[in-house]
Design a protein around this ligand. Structure first.
Ligand SMILES: [Zn+2]
Length: 338
Protein backbone atom coordinates (compact mmCIF):
# COMPACT_ATOMS: atom_id res chain seq x y z
CA UNK A 1 0.00 0.00 0.00
CA UNK A 2 1.27 3.45 -0.92
CA UNK A 3 1.61 6.25 1.66
CA UNK A 4 -0.59 8.46 -0.59
CA UNK A 5 -3.49 8.10 -3.02
CA UNK A 6 -3.68 7.82 -6.80
CA UNK A 7 -6.66 9.28 -8.66
CA UNK A 8 -7.89 7.40 -11.71
CA UNK A 9 -11.01 6.52 -13.69
CA UNK A 10 -11.36 4.17 -16.64
CA UNK A 11 -13.35 7.03 -18.19
CA UNK A 12 -10.12 9.07 -18.52
CA UNK A 13 -9.84 7.47 -21.94
CA UNK A 14 -10.37 10.11 -24.64
CA UNK A 15 -12.16 8.77 -27.72
CA UNK A 16 -10.03 10.61 -30.30
CA UNK A 17 -9.31 7.74 -32.71
CA UNK A 18 -5.86 6.98 -34.11
CA UNK A 19 -3.72 9.75 -32.66
CA UNK A 20 -0.15 10.43 -31.58
CA UNK A 21 -1.70 11.19 -28.17
CA UNK A 22 -2.30 7.63 -26.94
CA UNK A 23 -5.31 8.09 -24.69
CA UNK A 24 -5.07 4.47 -23.58
CA UNK A 25 -1.88 5.37 -21.67
CA UNK A 26 -3.84 6.09 -18.47
CA UNK A 27 -5.23 2.55 -18.33
CA UNK A 28 -1.80 1.09 -19.16
CA UNK A 29 -0.14 3.10 -16.36
CA UNK A 30 -2.70 1.82 -13.87
CA UNK A 31 -2.20 -1.76 -15.07
CA UNK A 32 1.58 -1.50 -14.81
CA UNK A 33 1.41 -0.03 -11.29
CA UNK A 34 -0.85 -2.84 -10.08
CA UNK A 35 1.17 -5.49 -11.92
CA UNK A 36 4.64 -4.38 -10.70
CA UNK A 37 3.24 -4.22 -7.92
CA UNK A 38 3.78 -0.61 -6.83
CA UNK A 39 0.11 0.00 -5.99
CA UNK A 40 -2.89 -2.06 -4.99
CA UNK A 41 -6.60 -1.47 -5.53
CA UNK A 42 -6.98 0.36 -2.20
CA UNK A 43 -4.54 3.06 -3.35
CA UNK A 44 -6.90 4.35 -6.06
CA UNK A 45 -9.60 7.00 -5.69
CA UNK A 46 -12.26 7.50 -8.37
CA UNK A 47 -12.97 11.16 -9.23
CA UNK A 48 -16.24 12.90 -9.99
CA UNK A 49 -16.45 15.27 -12.98
CA UNK A 50 -15.71 18.93 -12.27
CA UNK A 51 -18.75 21.21 -12.24
CA UNK A 52 -19.20 23.89 -14.90
CA UNK A 53 -19.02 26.50 -12.12
CA UNK A 54 -15.58 25.19 -11.08
CA UNK A 55 -14.32 25.20 -14.69
CA UNK A 56 -15.55 28.79 -15.04
CA UNK A 57 -13.13 29.87 -12.30
CA UNK A 58 -10.53 29.68 -15.11
CA UNK A 59 -12.40 29.46 -18.40
CA UNK A 60 -14.88 32.00 -19.77
CA UNK A 61 -18.60 31.13 -19.69
CA UNK A 62 -18.63 31.76 -23.46
CA UNK A 63 -15.97 29.06 -24.05
CA UNK A 64 -17.53 26.59 -21.58
CA UNK A 65 -20.92 27.01 -23.28
CA UNK A 66 -19.35 26.28 -26.65
CA UNK A 67 -17.86 23.06 -25.23
CA UNK A 68 -21.14 21.99 -23.68
CA UNK A 69 -23.26 22.84 -26.70
CA UNK A 70 -20.84 21.63 -29.36
CA UNK A 71 -20.60 25.00 -31.06
CA UNK A 72 -16.83 25.39 -31.47
CA UNK A 73 -15.88 26.72 -34.90
CA UNK A 74 -13.93 24.51 -37.31
CA UNK A 75 -10.89 26.69 -36.65
CA UNK A 76 -11.21 26.29 -32.89
CA UNK A 77 -11.47 22.52 -33.26
CA UNK A 78 -8.42 22.48 -35.54
CA UNK A 79 -6.41 24.46 -33.00
CA UNK A 80 -7.33 21.87 -30.33
CA UNK A 81 -5.73 19.19 -32.56
CA UNK A 82 -8.16 16.56 -31.26
CA UNK A 83 -11.65 15.89 -32.63
CA UNK A 84 -14.54 17.39 -30.68
CA UNK A 85 -17.28 15.19 -29.26
CA UNK A 86 -19.46 15.43 -26.13
CA UNK A 87 -17.64 12.28 -24.88
CA UNK A 88 -14.28 14.05 -25.15
CA UNK A 89 -15.70 16.99 -23.15
CA UNK A 90 -16.93 14.52 -20.50
CA UNK A 91 -13.44 12.99 -20.26
CA UNK A 92 -11.82 16.42 -19.79
CA UNK A 93 -14.38 17.29 -17.10
CA UNK A 94 -13.45 14.06 -15.34
CA UNK A 95 -9.67 14.67 -15.60
CA UNK A 96 -10.38 18.12 -14.10
CA UNK A 97 -12.42 16.60 -11.27
CA UNK A 98 -9.46 14.25 -10.76
CA UNK A 99 -7.07 17.16 -10.38
CA UNK A 100 -9.42 18.87 -7.90
CA UNK A 101 -9.54 15.64 -5.88
CA UNK A 102 -5.74 15.29 -6.12
CA UNK A 103 -5.31 18.85 -4.80
CA UNK A 104 -7.65 18.13 -1.87
CA UNK A 105 -5.87 14.92 -0.99
CA UNK A 106 -2.42 16.46 -1.38
CA UNK A 107 -3.37 19.10 1.20
CA UNK A 108 -4.41 16.29 3.53
CA UNK A 109 -1.76 13.62 2.85
CA UNK A 110 1.23 15.67 1.63
CA UNK A 111 1.14 14.24 -1.89
CA UNK A 112 -1.44 12.89 -4.34
CA UNK A 113 -1.06 11.84 -7.97
CA UNK A 114 -3.71 12.20 -10.66
CA UNK A 115 -3.07 9.47 -13.27
CA UNK A 116 -4.25 11.98 -15.86
CA UNK A 117 -4.61 15.72 -16.39
CA UNK A 118 -1.81 18.19 -17.04
CA UNK A 119 -3.58 19.97 -19.90
CA UNK A 120 -1.41 23.05 -19.74
CA UNK A 121 -2.07 24.41 -23.26
CA UNK A 122 -5.71 25.26 -22.49
CA UNK A 123 -6.40 29.04 -22.24
CA UNK A 124 -9.43 30.76 -20.66
CA UNK A 125 -11.06 31.33 -24.07
CA UNK A 126 -9.73 28.48 -26.18
CA UNK A 127 -8.11 25.07 -26.19
CA UNK A 128 -5.04 24.01 -28.17
CA UNK A 129 -2.35 21.34 -28.39
CA UNK A 130 -4.61 18.40 -27.30
CA UNK A 131 -5.82 20.43 -24.28
CA UNK A 132 -9.45 21.50 -23.79
CA UNK A 133 -9.61 22.41 -20.06
CA UNK A 134 -6.67 23.48 -17.90
CA UNK A 135 -7.48 20.95 -15.19
CA UNK A 136 -4.84 21.90 -12.62
CA UNK A 137 -5.38 25.65 -13.01
CA UNK A 138 -9.03 24.92 -12.18
CA UNK A 139 -7.93 22.78 -9.20
CA UNK A 140 -5.79 25.64 -7.84
CA UNK A 141 -8.63 28.16 -8.22
CA UNK A 142 -11.06 25.75 -6.51
CA UNK A 143 -8.68 25.31 -3.55
CA UNK A 144 -8.34 29.11 -3.29
CA UNK A 145 -12.10 29.63 -3.52
CA UNK A 146 -12.66 27.14 -0.70
CA UNK A 147 -10.13 29.06 1.39
CA UNK A 148 -7.81 26.05 1.64
CA UNK A 149 -4.81 27.85 0.12
CA UNK A 150 -3.80 31.37 -0.81
CA UNK A 151 -0.67 30.81 -2.89
CA UNK A 152 0.32 27.97 -5.20
CA UNK A 153 3.24 27.09 -7.48
CA UNK A 154 3.17 25.14 -10.73
CA UNK A 155 6.31 23.20 -11.69
CA UNK A 156 5.82 22.23 -15.31
CA UNK A 157 8.37 19.72 -16.61
CA UNK A 158 6.57 18.78 -19.82
CA UNK A 159 8.86 19.33 -22.83
CA UNK A 160 6.45 21.98 -24.14
CA UNK A 161 6.08 25.34 -22.46
CA UNK A 162 2.99 25.71 -20.26
CA UNK A 163 1.55 28.58 -22.29
CA UNK A 164 -2.04 28.28 -21.05
CA UNK A 165 -0.94 28.16 -17.42
CA UNK A 166 1.46 31.10 -17.86
CA UNK A 167 -1.33 33.13 -19.44
CA UNK A 168 -3.94 32.20 -16.81
CA UNK A 169 -1.77 33.07 -13.81
CA UNK A 170 0.51 35.65 -15.34
CA UNK A 171 0.71 39.08 -16.74
CA UNK A 172 0.35 38.62 -20.47
CA UNK A 173 1.37 42.22 -21.15
CA UNK A 174 4.80 41.68 -19.59
CA UNK A 175 7.67 41.26 -22.04
CA UNK A 176 10.53 39.44 -20.34
CA UNK A 177 14.14 40.27 -20.96
CA UNK A 178 16.29 37.23 -21.32
CA UNK A 179 18.62 37.23 -18.33
CA UNK A 180 22.26 36.66 -19.05
CA UNK A 181 23.19 33.00 -18.71
CA UNK A 182 24.92 33.52 -15.38
CA UNK A 183 23.52 30.28 -14.08
CA UNK A 184 24.70 28.36 -17.11
CA UNK A 185 28.25 29.45 -16.51
CA UNK A 186 28.01 28.76 -12.78
CA UNK A 187 26.57 25.30 -13.32
CA UNK A 188 28.77 24.32 -16.21
CA UNK A 189 25.56 23.84 -18.19
CA UNK A 190 25.78 24.15 -21.96
CA UNK A 191 25.47 27.60 -23.40
CA UNK A 192 22.18 28.19 -25.10
CA UNK A 193 19.87 27.60 -22.14
CA UNK A 194 18.36 30.76 -20.68
CA UNK A 195 16.30 31.48 -17.62
CA UNK A 196 13.79 34.31 -17.74
CA UNK A 197 11.73 35.73 -14.90
CA UNK A 198 8.49 37.70 -14.79
CA UNK A 199 6.38 39.26 -12.03
CA UNK A 200 4.14 36.88 -10.07
CA UNK A 201 0.65 37.19 -8.67
CA UNK A 202 -0.80 34.56 -6.32
CA UNK A 203 0.41 31.58 -8.37
CA UNK A 204 4.10 31.21 -9.19
CA UNK A 205 4.62 29.37 -12.47
CA UNK A 206 7.82 27.53 -13.40
CA UNK A 207 8.16 26.01 -16.86
CA UNK A 208 11.13 23.86 -17.94
CA UNK A 209 10.85 23.30 -21.68
CA UNK A 210 12.59 22.97 -25.00
CA UNK A 211 12.91 26.49 -26.40
CA UNK A 212 12.76 25.41 -30.02
CA UNK A 213 9.39 23.64 -29.89
CA UNK A 214 5.65 24.24 -29.72
CA UNK A 215 4.17 26.61 -28.56
CA UNK A 216 5.90 29.19 -30.70
CA UNK A 217 4.42 32.09 -28.74
CA UNK A 218 5.33 31.54 -25.09
CA UNK A 219 3.58 33.86 -22.62
CA UNK A 220 5.96 34.55 -19.73
CA UNK A 221 5.89 32.21 -16.73
CA UNK A 222 7.27 33.44 -13.39
CA UNK A 223 10.36 31.43 -14.33
CA UNK A 224 10.88 30.00 -17.80
CA UNK A 225 13.86 27.73 -18.37
CA UNK A 226 14.36 27.68 -22.12
CA UNK A 227 16.40 24.58 -22.84
CA UNK A 228 18.44 23.97 -25.98
CA UNK A 229 17.77 21.04 -28.30
CA UNK A 230 19.38 17.82 -27.14
CA UNK A 231 19.68 18.84 -23.46
CA UNK A 232 20.56 15.72 -21.44
CA UNK A 233 19.97 14.46 -17.90
CA UNK A 234 22.70 16.30 -16.02
CA UNK A 235 22.14 19.69 -17.57
CA UNK A 236 18.38 19.32 -17.17
CA UNK A 237 18.61 18.36 -13.51
CA UNK A 238 21.00 21.23 -12.79
CA UNK A 239 18.57 23.72 -14.36
CA UNK A 240 15.60 22.22 -12.54
CA UNK A 241 17.42 22.42 -9.23
CA UNK A 242 18.31 26.02 -9.98
CA UNK A 243 14.75 26.98 -10.96
CA UNK A 244 13.21 25.28 -7.91
CA UNK A 245 15.70 26.89 -5.53
CA UNK A 246 15.16 30.29 -7.08
CA UNK A 247 11.34 29.92 -7.04
CA UNK A 248 11.20 28.70 -3.44
CA UNK A 249 13.50 31.52 -2.31
CA UNK A 250 11.12 34.11 -3.76
CA UNK A 251 7.77 32.55 -3.02
CA UNK A 252 6.11 30.44 -0.31
CA UNK A 253 3.38 28.31 -1.90
CA UNK A 254 0.91 26.28 0.14
CA UNK A 255 0.53 23.80 -2.71
CA UNK A 256 2.81 22.73 -5.56
CA UNK A 257 1.25 21.40 -8.72
CA UNK A 258 3.85 19.26 -10.47
CA UNK A 259 3.18 18.69 -14.19
CA UNK A 260 5.21 15.55 -14.83
CA UNK A 261 5.26 15.32 -18.63
CA UNK A 262 6.93 12.19 -20.04
CA UNK A 263 7.90 13.95 -23.27
CA UNK A 264 11.38 15.30 -22.35
CA UNK A 265 12.36 11.67 -23.06
CA UNK A 266 15.02 11.21 -25.75
CA UNK A 267 12.75 8.96 -27.85
CA UNK A 268 9.70 11.18 -27.75
CA UNK A 269 8.17 11.95 -31.12
CA UNK A 270 7.14 15.50 -30.19
CA UNK A 271 10.19 16.43 -28.10
CA UNK A 272 13.80 17.27 -28.84
CA UNK A 273 15.48 16.85 -25.45
CA UNK A 274 17.71 13.90 -24.57
CA UNK A 275 16.59 12.69 -21.14
CA UNK A 276 16.76 9.00 -20.25
CA UNK A 277 14.08 7.08 -18.37
CA UNK A 278 16.39 7.03 -15.33
CA UNK A 279 17.05 10.78 -15.67
CA UNK A 280 13.31 11.45 -15.73
CA UNK A 281 12.87 9.49 -12.51
CA UNK A 282 15.63 11.56 -10.90
CA UNK A 283 13.76 14.65 -12.07
CA UNK A 284 10.65 13.42 -10.23
CA UNK A 285 12.68 12.68 -7.10
CA UNK A 286 14.21 16.16 -7.20
CA UNK A 287 10.78 17.84 -7.27
CA UNK A 288 9.41 15.62 -4.48
CA UNK A 289 12.51 16.09 -2.31
CA UNK A 290 12.39 19.88 -2.71
CA UNK A 291 8.68 19.93 -1.80
CA UNK A 292 9.16 17.64 1.16
CA UNK A 293 12.17 19.61 2.43
CA UNK A 294 10.01 22.75 2.44
CA UNK A 295 6.98 20.86 3.81
CA UNK A 296 4.81 21.89 0.85
CA UNK A 297 2.05 19.51 -0.33
CA UNK A 298 2.34 18.33 -3.95
CA UNK A 299 -0.33 17.29 -6.40
CA UNK A 300 0.84 15.65 -9.61
CA UNK A 301 -0.65 15.59 -13.10
CA UNK A 302 0.84 13.66 -16.02
CA UNK A 303 0.58 15.84 -19.17
CA UNK A 304 2.28 14.69 -22.42
CA UNK A 305 4.18 11.59 -23.49
CA UNK A 306 4.57 10.45 -27.08
CA UNK A 307 7.45 7.98 -27.05
CA UNK A 308 7.99 5.81 -30.10
CA UNK A 309 7.13 2.88 -27.86
CA UNK A 310 4.04 3.36 -25.65
CA UNK A 311 5.71 1.10 -23.06
CA UNK A 312 8.34 3.79 -22.49
CA UNK A 313 5.74 6.52 -21.93
CA UNK A 314 3.91 4.25 -19.51
CA UNK A 315 7.12 3.33 -17.65
CA UNK A 316 8.12 7.01 -17.28
CA UNK A 317 4.72 7.92 -15.80
CA UNK A 318 4.68 4.86 -13.52
CA UNK A 319 8.16 5.84 -12.32
CA UNK A 320 6.73 9.15 -11.08
CA UNK A 321 4.58 7.14 -8.67
CA UNK A 322 7.58 5.03 -7.70
CA UNK A 323 9.71 8.15 -7.09
CA UNK A 324 6.99 9.58 -4.82
CA UNK A 325 6.74 6.26 -2.97
CA UNK A 326 10.49 6.35 -2.32
CA UNK A 327 10.59 9.97 -1.20
CA UNK A 328 7.41 9.82 0.92
CA UNK A 329 7.99 6.40 2.46
CA UNK A 330 7.45 6.81 6.20
CA UNK A 331 10.69 6.38 8.15
CA UNK A 332 10.83 3.19 10.26
CA UNK A 333 8.78 3.73 13.40
CA UNK A 334 6.94 6.72 11.91
CA UNK A 335 3.17 6.37 12.28
CA UNK A 336 1.46 5.62 9.00
CA UNK A 337 -2.24 6.23 8.65
CA UNK A 338 -4.27 5.29 5.62
ZN1 LIG B 1 4.09 18.11 -24.03
Amino acid sequence: MLPFKLVYSEKYFLPIGEHIFRADKYRLIRELLVHQPVADESDFLVPQPASEADVMLVHSPHYVNKLMEGTLSAREELEMEIPYSPQVVDAFMLHTGGSILAAERALKDGVCINIGGGFHHAFPEHGEGFCMINDFAVAIRVMQKRGLIGHAMTVDCDVHQGNGTAFIFGNAAYKPNKLPSWSAAALGAPQGATMTEAPTTDVFTISMHQDNNYPFVKPPSSIDVNLPDGCGDLEYLAWLDNALSSGLRQFEPELICYVAGADPYREDQLGGLDLTIEGLKRRDELVFRAARAHDIPVMVTFAGGYALRIEDTVAIHANTVLAAAEVYQPAPGEAHTA
